[in-house]
Design a protein around this ligand. Structure first.
Ligand code: SF4
Length: 376
């Protein structure tokens, strides 16, 4: 019988203090007071509706992301998590993360978040360089960033710092200096991302340029060395952690696990008992959402998309891909993708072993080319 994969919960809080020029996430700046209580009420109703799709599975991780969730009052976060816990479908030792923006954080907030059950804090630092922070239109100073790290470390040892490289006008030395400061803060997890300018952003419209690709490549190589030397293990393309501090929520995505997505503009992936996958997309319009129109669309993922999405996720991880895992998570026999696998091997992207596939260094460096093979 088909075994359903583990399931997580993603909660989207769409508001931000200011829209950053490079941001293509679904977030916006509210001109009025944020209707927090009403939004939490609707999030819980939205959650309730999705529960009917998950076949009594327990939720293993929760991620409160955005937007800027730390804009909400402590009491709102508490009411939200209490409402979810009431359903008694939360796994023991659940990981509950919240994304926080340094400008919005105070020590009291951290304590209250922790008391509500949050046990992982993800701080969107991006850079410690004040000049760069201004350039990328972040609203805090490097001092705010440092304070947020100091305060969060007082109450939790499970802290992620999000850092970006390849910022407009950034030199190799500046990128590495950011990383060195982050390492000195000794967080349990660092996400080290390259800035890419997406078409639907202000930076794209303004034709903002990022550094030359050779400079960016050197940032990646040298940054990777720094992180590894400092004891961080790379387990995904942009994720480094100390022993036992991998982000369980993101790992579930990359292992092609299931997730419920609640809140404006969120997406869900929910496998059914017959092995088919349902994709849920929630309404982006806040007024519609607050009037109870949660669902934008629900559809069954095609076989072709299922295969592509599976590889798009698992190829990000630094571990072998077991053929059994592919079968169990897609309900498709590997003979169906034999030709694609052969092409990927011939191109030097994959190595085939009896029970698993390994991505080669070339496969990781040319991930998009590797993935294209699975679109055919
Ligand atoms: S704070 Fe994050 S979500 Fe909000 S606009 Fe900036 S990058 Fe986007």
């Amino acid at each position: 019988m088909f075994t359903l994969p583990p399931i997580s919960l993603y909660i989207h809080i769409p508001w931000c203090l200011k829209k950053c020029g490079y941001c293509d996430f679904y977030s916006y700046v509210s001109k009025e007071i944020i209707p927090e209580n009403k939004y939490i009420e609707h999030l819980l109703r939205d959650f309730e509706r999705d529960l009917s799709l998950i076949n009594n599975r327990n939720i293993n991780t929760i991620f409160i992301g955005g937007g800027t969730p730390s804009l909400l009052k402590n009491t709102s976060i508490k009411n939200l998590l209490n409402g979810i816990k009431k359903r008694k479908i939360i796994s023991k030792n659940i990981e509950i993360s919240i994304e926080a923006n340094p400008k919005t954080l105070e020590y009291q907030n951290f304590i209250q978040y922790k008391n509500s059950g949050i046990n992982r804090f993800s701080l969107g630092i991006q850079t410690f360089n004040s000049k760069m922070l201004k350039k990328i239109e972040r609203t805090y100073s490097s001092k705010d960033a440092m304070n947020a790290i100091i305060e969060s470390k007082k109450i939790s040892d499970n802290i992620n710092l999000d850092l970006m490289y390849g910022l407009p006008g950034q030199s190799l030395e500046e990128a590495l200096s950011d990383l060195q400061i982050a390492i000195q803060c000794n967080p349990s997890h660092i996400s080290w991302y390259q800035l890419t300018i997406e078409p639907n952003t202000v930076f794209y419209a303004k034709k903002i340029q990022t550094p030359h690709q050779d400079v960016v490549f050197n940032m990646l190589i040298e940054g990777d060395k720094l992180l590894k030397k400092a004891g961080y293990k790379k387990y995904e393309i942009s994720s480094y952690s100390k022993f036992n501090y991998q982000c369980q929520h993101n790992l579930n995505y990359w292992n092609f696990g299931d997730y419920i997505g609640i809140g404006c503009g969120s997406h869900g992936k929910i496998t059914q008992k017959n092995g088919e996958i349902i994709r849920t997309i929630k309404n982006k319009n806040i007024n519609d959402f607050l009037s109870g129109k949660y669902i934008n669309s629900v559809y069954q993922v095609s076989k072709r998309d299922k295969i592509f999405e599976y590889f798009m996720n698992v190829f990000r991880l630094y571990k072998p891909i077991f053929k059994k895992h592919f079968r169990e998570n897609t309900n498709i026999e590997e003979s169906f993708i034999e030709k694609n696998i052969q092409i990927a091997i011939q191109e030097g992207f994959l190595i085939n072993q009896s029970d698993c596939w390994h991505t080669t260094k070339k496969g990781k460096n040319f991930l998009n080319s590797l993935l294209e093979i699975f679109l055919k």
